[in-house]
Design a protein around this ligand. Structure first.
Ligand code: 5AD
Ligand code: SF4
Length: 462
């Protein structure tokens, strides 16, 4: 088989990053090796995100660029995957004849067969965008973790940490969110599949796992093709944490409404569960939360934050915020700023609200002016920056365990703490250090987005 090159451009969330990894593994047996430069590719896959209008615009501008690449090189294959493909697939195919394949979020497993058909010269439209609420997520371990395959990419993601999908879809229908429409209903994978996949990874030297789902807190509790009995997310977490060789365990994302005491207690009781928690709040105003259909109040959220911190005082909390939701007043926004002051998040992702196709809030009145949204976003981010800096300064002088991820600028290495902070440290004379090594680093400088330190010793070196 002639060797061909694959370039995947991934937009959006960690679910998409994981899907891109799966696509890479699926296409290897069809003869595609990943490359880091789009210009060398025989096949470009755009794994798209439609969570916000801006993410979707980026996809269309890349597709515009690819139209020119294809006119220079007609043999170039172009595939659109992910959430935009799911929602807009038919339109993309009608309006963009330079796109060869469109696959929706549940259909990436069809890619090898679609490529083979193209290779055989088929003229059928290559479109697969079905979304099925009884879709069983395949057991990945058999073919996705074969011996490490060759890669032409100069900077592949570190091999010691991996994402594992435990569920997909979402049943919450927050009024602004497109996910239930692009990823379908919540479906949990069987515990045995998840544990098997992680065992395979651990046997290959992976030491850090992040469990992925849109709403992991309701794992095993809602619509599922598999009978889960009474398995809750906290039970799954304990079973995963107990697997020999797992040094760091993380998970994302959680909806506060489903955050149980059993799960919060895990932060006190599971040693390898990292003291880091992403708990999206979206707004500090009860009125807005209600219109967002979030099903919790600010007081209820704050109670959970206090409980979490009583179980794990070192917990680094992060959140997501939307500013300028339809009808958001100055008072509502002031309540969001107050919430940030109260919780003192270590970091946050904040976004200007944008209408998404098919969502309830797209039809709401009293849309907030773009200028007002921009101004609120800038104020929120400025406050978060000062809170982050203050929080990060509290680490100065402390010795933290840092898992090495790679080389940065100025002969520095960088890695992450269990709290998920990025730490830069000098690498001179450190030739033996490899990604995944855990080092003790004394923090001597704090920035808004990262820490700097110096190695004091090595805790373990596999
Ligand atoms: N507009 C702006 N931000 C949004 N998010 C989700 N939908 C929208 C939207 N329509 C944000 C939320 C979510 C994060 C992944 O993206 O904060 O938690
Ligand atoms: Fe979207 Fe809400 Fe589901 Fe998160 S919980 S994916 S914001 S609908």
């Amino acid at each position: 088989m002639r060797e061909r090159f694959l370039y995947i451009k991934t937009f959006g969330c960690q679910m998409n990053e994981r899907d891109s990894e799966i696509i890479e593994h699926l296409l290897y047996p069809v003869g595609f090796l990943p490359v880091a430069e789009m210009g060398r590719a025989d096949l470009v896959v755009i794994n798209t995100c439609s969570i916000r209008a801006k993410a979707e615009q980026k996809v269309y501008s890349l597709l515009g660029q690819l139209r020119q690449n294809k006119s220079r090189n007609p043999a170039l294959l172009i595939c659109v995957a992910g959430c935009v493909a799911q929602q807009e697939g038919k339109i993309i195919q009608q309006r963009m004849p330079h796109v060869d394949i469109v696959v929706g979020t549940q259909q990436i497993y069809q890619l090898p067969e679609m490529i083979r058909k193209l290779d055989r010269g088929t003229v059928e439209p290559m479109l697969a965008v079905n979304l099925d609420s009884s879709f069983a997520i395949p057991a990945f371990q058999d073919y996705h973790y074969q011996e490490k395959k060759p890669s032409c990419s100069p900077s592949p993601a570190p091999d010691f940490k991996k994402f594992v999908t435990i569920m997909q879809g979402c049943n919450n229908f927050c009024s602004y969110c497109v996910v239930p429409y692009t990823r379908g209903r919540e479906i949990s994978r069987p515990v045995a599949d998840i544990l098997d996949e992680i065992r395979v990874l651990l046997a290959r030297g992976v030491s850090e796992i992040t469990l992925l789902g849109q709403n992991v807190n309701s794992y095993g509790q809602t619509n599922s093709v598999v009978d889960h009995g009474s398995v809750h997310f906290a039970d799954l977490l304990r079973q995963v944490a107990a697997l020999p060789g797992l040094k760091r365990l993380r998970f994302t994302t959680s909806n506060p409404k489903d955050l149980s005491d059993a799960l919060m207690r895990c932060f006190a009781e599971i040693e390898n569960l990292c003291p880091q928690f992403h708990l999206p709040v979206q707004s500090g105003s009860d009125r807005v939360l209600k219109r967002m259909n979030r099903n919790y109040t600010v007081a209820g959220y704050l109670l959970k934050v206090r409980t979490l911190r009583s179980y794990q005082p070192d917990l680094a909390l992060s959140t997501d915020i939307i500013v300028g939701f339809p009808g958001e007043t100055d008072e509502d926004f002031a309540a969001t700023m107050e919430l940030l002051q109260t919780v003192q998040y270590h970091s946050s992702f904040s976004f200007k609200y944008s209408d998404r196709p098919g969502t309830r809030s797209a039809g709401f009145d009293h849309k907030v002016d773009e200028k007002v949204k921009s101004e609120r976003l800038a104020r929120f981010q400025a406050l978060q920056d000062s809170v982050s800096l203050e929080r990060n300064r509290a680490y100065v002088g402390r010795i933290m365990e840092v898992t090495v991820e790679g080389k940065g600028k100025n002969n520095m290495l960088y890695g992450r703490t269990t709290t998920n902070h990025i730490v830069h440290f000098p690498a001179s004379g450190m030739d033996r250090i490899r990604p995944g090594d855990a080092l003790q680093v004394r923090i001597n400088l704090a920035g808004q987005h990262s820490l700097t330190g110096k190695i004091t010793g090595e805790q373990y070196h596999d």
